[in-house]
Design a protein around this ligand. Sequence first.
Ligand code: XIL
Length: 353
Amino acid sequence: MALGPAARNARPAPDGLRGHAAARGLIYGAAVSAADIGGAGGLPGALATECGMLVPGNELKWSRLRPAPDTFDFGPADAIHAFADANGMLFRGHTLLWWKQLPAWFAGTATAGNAAGLLETHINTVVAHFKGRAQSWDVVNEGLDPKSDRSDGLAPSAWLDLLGPGYIATAFRLAHAADPSALLVYNENNMDDDSGYSDRKRAQVLSLLTSLRDEGVPVGALGIQAHLSATETTINPEKLRGFIGAVADLGLKVIISELDVRDDRVPGAPADRDVAVARIYAAYLDAVLAEPNVIAVVTWGLSDKWSWLNRYWHRKDGLPLRPLPLDADLTRKPAWRAMMGAFDAAPNRPGPG
Ligand code: XIL
């Protein structure tokens, strides 16, 4: 008999983060790349111990998946799915539609006349490929922008130019038709701070989700990316909980979908930096996990060795960042213990949704 989602997520490794999460009905997972799973070293073992779900970091983006308008390359994403499946993990898809990481051919090929067809083919093909095998899909990524001059707050995007503001609803309807069993997620960034910018983003997100719900669009969850900073993130637990509660009132779940904590400006030795990073993990997760509609936490990577942040952020002392639960040698850090503590303290969920 096939294992149901709860059993898959929980098995085995009771001492890993996956076990601590599953004991509360939560899912813990991480973003990975096919190359890193296939490479030498202990990463596959650490993933199997710690993670109840995997998400490809880049392999399902248009730029990687669709090298030409009529060609799909599922190989690397399939390798991640196979590894997840072999280790009893769930699989999550990221992302069906984004204004970034489009293939080089897109700008010269996509027109107002063919864009709807390109999107329909994409979502039908990709979601059907993983039908019944994906816990969730990030259907639309980063659609809103607090600096937008539009009243609906939509971010500048080729999709907006080509298809108009209805592109978000269209994408969700196509994804639902292709796999009615997958949880469909609107994924967004910069909603975490106690700042005017995050206030505006949260208001834009609630307004978008409300209109999608009112139009009967099959959105099931909000993905909160949560790329945090040990020095810049300002956490207001009441505000975060109020926002997540308002999302729950719309009937939607929440996935913390890309959590990491930058330490590019934390002075001192690695041990001190790790404490500062862990403090943010604890404060953030304690706040958001108090809301029962938060069903999953995904970090954007598992080990510091493979964090994407090192390509974009640099420390004055030239040392690499330490933003994730495991260090470059796959040793558990204070951030790992902060996550474990937050999972252990979280109220019980009815089960992975
Ligand atoms: C990142 C990848 O991790 C990098 O390897 C790539 O160079 C850029 O994109 N928000 C998202 C993710 O939704 O897709 C991004 O992933 C990180 C920010």
